[in-house]
Write a protein that binds this ligand. Structure first.
Ligand code: RFL
Ligand code: PHB
Length: 397
């Protein structure tokens, strides 16, 4: 069976579902094709920090009400190292911006609720997605649903299908340039129904990195750096709490309220960029085109900024026939991507313990952190990067 539509979107994560929602509001029809089940997508626990630009995009798309009710707005975040007192990096004071704690699972629920209300077409559990004729006027995708081969023909195919997706594979090696860095450790994350620390805290400790984050007043999210060879079974709750509180240092560690974990998982850390983010009438957005280590809290925010730019390009195309924004999409998105890639890489290097790290390397990290503590310029630069560089296209309602 062949379906025709304006835009076919591969992947119903935050990038794909937000794009289809914004297009729907502009009267542009799309179909979203997702490999997993709806419940599987909703259960994945991932990001928790939204840049202010992302908050504004979600509000402008009409999916910000619950975020504004339940999200926690922060003025800044703390860094702690070498057993010292935490350094609060005041983003509001330095760059007049904030960020918000609001879980990706909640955003995903908000987007699926909006899709249900819109009646947008989502196909879940679609296997073997392939992109065809990406450089033609009428690109298409095929996939299997309940064993049957289906085809969707469109003006544009948008790959929002994450790092392991099918869309990027449709771009020939002669066109696509990739940049990659793997880090020799992972993050073990837990969720616990306990009151979180008031601020986000990033800790550099000789036993490894730790992060205290949150979802709501009775839901904490914590991470510790661990070897890639570890399994979650290696980490009892007691071992986790002991590692976390040690790494946060006594001032903050003593304030952590412990309790049973309700989720525990290990994620590897990687930096990856694929250029360009367009091949003919196939566009890539979000993790399909780039991955950053979670240290800078940028992955979801980049997915949202890509969608902001791309939706504007598609709205211009269908509204006035102006393709200028679509032509600029890849270069414009990549400028923001590389800025976040660079920040996430440097914060990862600054805060983690690397295998073979010497006393010299540790002291070098601590000296850079001391510089951050003593320099208002360094703090302003951190604040500017953590809060996210401004969009080249302003958000309008
Ligand atoms: P997603 O979320 O991976 O969604 C892609 C969707 O595509 C589907 N898919 C396919 N569908 C059809 N056919 C195929 N062949 C397909 N292959 C894949 C998948 O099933 C999936 O539903 O990508 P998207 O939409 O680009 O969103 C990106 C974000 O999910 C990701 O960047 C963030 O979660 C990263 N991240 C963080 N980002 C932040 O901005 N702030 C944070 O605080 C933050 N914390 C994190 C994070 C990621 C983490 N992990 C687990 C990697 C913390 C962690 C621990
Ligand atoms: C999270 O809350 O999951 C989180 C917060 C900050 C990060 C990464 C993840 O840098």
């Amino acid at each position: 069976m062949t379906i025709t539509t304006n835009v076919v979107i591969i992947g119903a994560g935050p990038a794909g579902s937000l794009l289809s929602h914004i297009l729907h509001r502009a009267g542009i029809e799309s179909v979203v094709v997702e490999r997993s089940s709806r419940s599987h997508v909703l259960e994945r626990i991932r990001a928790g920090v939204l840049e202010w630009g992302s908050v504004e995009v979600l509000r402008a798309a009409g999916v910000g009400d619950r975020m504004d009710e339940e999200g926690h707005v922060h003025d800044g975040a703390s860094l702690v190292w070498a057993g010292g007192e935490p350094l609060f990096l005041d983003i509001n004071k330095n760059v007049g911006s904030h960020f918000m704690s609001y879980g990706q699972t909640r955003i995903q629920e908000d987007l699926y609720d909006a899709a249900d209300a819109n009646g947008t077409s989502f196909v879940f559990e679609a296997a073997d997605v392939e992109v065809h004729d990406a450089t033609s006027d009428r690109p298409s995708i095929t996939f299997r649903k309940n064993g049957e081969l289906e085809r969707i023909e469109a003006d544009y195919v948008i790959g929002c299908d994450g790092y392991h997706g099918a869309a990027r594979q449709a771009i020939p090696d002669t066109v696509l340039r990739t940049f990659e860095k793997e880090y020799p450790f992972g993050w073990l994350g837990i969720m616990s129904e306990t009151p979180p620390l008031p601020d986000l805290v990033y800790a550099n400790h000789e036993q490894g990195f730790a992060l205290a984050s949150q979802r709501n007043p009775m839901l904490s999210r914590y991470y510790v750096q661990c070897p890639l060879t570890d399994n979650v079974e290696d980490w009892s709750d007691d071992r986790f709490w002991s590692a976390l509180t040690t790494r946060l240092g006594s001032t903050l560690g003593d304030r952590v309220v412990t309790g049973p974990s309700i989720e525990k998982s290990i994620a590897p850390l990687r930096s990856f960029v694929a250029e360009p983010m367009r091949y003919g009438n196939l566009f890539l957005a979000g993790d399909a085109a780039h991955i950053v280590p979670p240290t800078g809290a940028k992955g979801l925010n980049l997915a949202i900024s890509d969608v902001h730019y791309l939706s504007r390009g598609l709205i211009d195309h269908y509204g006035s026939g102006d393709d200028g924004t679509l032509e600029r999409y890849s270069d414009m998105a990549l400028r923001r991507v590389w800025s976040s890639v660079m920040f996430s890489w440097s914060l990862t290097n600054l805060m983690h313990r690397f295998p073979g790290q010497t006393a010299f390397d540790q002291r070098a990290q601590e000296t850079e952190l001391d510089y951050l503590a003593s320099s208002t310029h360094a703090q302003a630069s951190f604040a500017e990067q953590y809060s996210g560089i401004p969009f080249e296209i302003p958000v309008t309602c």
